[in-house]
Design a protein around this ligand. Structure first.
Ligand SMILES: Cc1cc2nc3c(=O)[nH]c(=O)nc-3n(C[C@H](O)[C@H](O)[C@H](O)COP(=O)(O)O)c2cc1C
Length: 247
């Protein structure tokens, strides 16, 4: 009955229907581990910016941080430092554990497949030229994708939202879809979006603990952001962004 109703709801309803788990159709096949795509993306030709070691103690009382967090849309035109960027990258996607040789990250991920990549647009970060960077998780470093003032381009790609021009830095999350599709098939899209939500919330709370403002951005022209990042929009595609800065 619910299935019949969902059919009338367009592609979204169809997606929910066709990606349900149900006892009759679930195959229970074991994944072919030899076909698992790599869990890390790297830019071997890129210059690397080493990041200061993140703090792993303290960070503010959690209940107060949760209670204080609000979206923020008018940043002061002041820089943030590299230590802050390091802390935010670690809190959102950094390595925090190991089971045998398997590395685990700050935010949970369905099947620990970690399909989400993090890019940083630096607008006003001390010791980091304006430009686009990719987070190298294993080395806790930034890879320089291109140096440029990207404020206009980013704001245009984000439906002209001024926060994207005014923020000190913008975090942009993409998914490398096959990392999750390999195991979860079409259901992977559900998990990818859930993963991105966890990562974004970690970032928002960490920024709050550092007394910084954040504004999460879901309103974006997907292919314009994909072009800005240099990703194809299919195998790797933008999911979500977050503007961060002093308030
Ligand atoms: C998935 C998602 C997408 C969002 N996209 C935008 C956006 O594009 N622009 C914006 O100004 N705020 C955006 N927001 C922020 C919401 O407007 C905000 O979280 C909501 O109004 C509740 O306010 P609070 O965050 O201060 O608690 C988004 C939030 C979420 C969770």
């Amino acid at each position: 009955m619910a299935d019949e109703r969902q059919k009338g709801l367009g592609i979204g309803g169809e997606f929910q229907r066709l990606t349900k788990y149900d006892r009759e159709t679930m195959t229970g096949k074991t994944p072919r581990w030899e076909e698992q795509p790599p869990a890390y993306k790297s830019y071997p030709e890129a210059g690397q910016v080493r990041l200061p070691e993140p703090e792993t103690a303290g960070g503010g009382p959690l209940w107060e941080v949760i209670g204080r967090r609000r979206s923020f849309r008018e940043f002061k035109s002041k820089p943030v430092d590299l230590k802050t960027v390091s802390q935010l990258l670690w809190a959102s996607q950094g390595l925090t554990g190991k089971v045998f040789d398997f590395e685990l990250r700050a935010a949970p991920s369905a099947g620990a497949l970690y399909p989400v990549e993090t890019y940083l647009v630096s607008n006003l970060v001390e010791s980091l030229e304006a430009g686009l960077y990719h987070y190298d998780i294993r080395d806790h470093a930034l890879e320089t994708v291109r140096k440029a003032d990207l404020r206009e381009e980013l704001m245009h790609a984000g439906l002209m939202q001024p926060v994207l021009f005014e923020c000190a830095a913008a975090f942009i999350w993409t998914a490398i879809v096959k990392r999750s599709r390999w195991k979860y098939r079409q259901r992977c899209y559900r998990y990818i979006y859930l993963d991105a939500g966890h990562i974004a919330q970690n970032l928002a709370l960490a920024a709050e603990a550092l007394d910084l403002g954040t504004c999460l951005i879901g309103a974006l022209f997907d292919d314009e952001v994909n072009r800005l990042l240099g990703v194809d929009g299919t195998e790797e595609t933008v999911l979500y962004m977050c503007a961060v800065g002093p308030r």
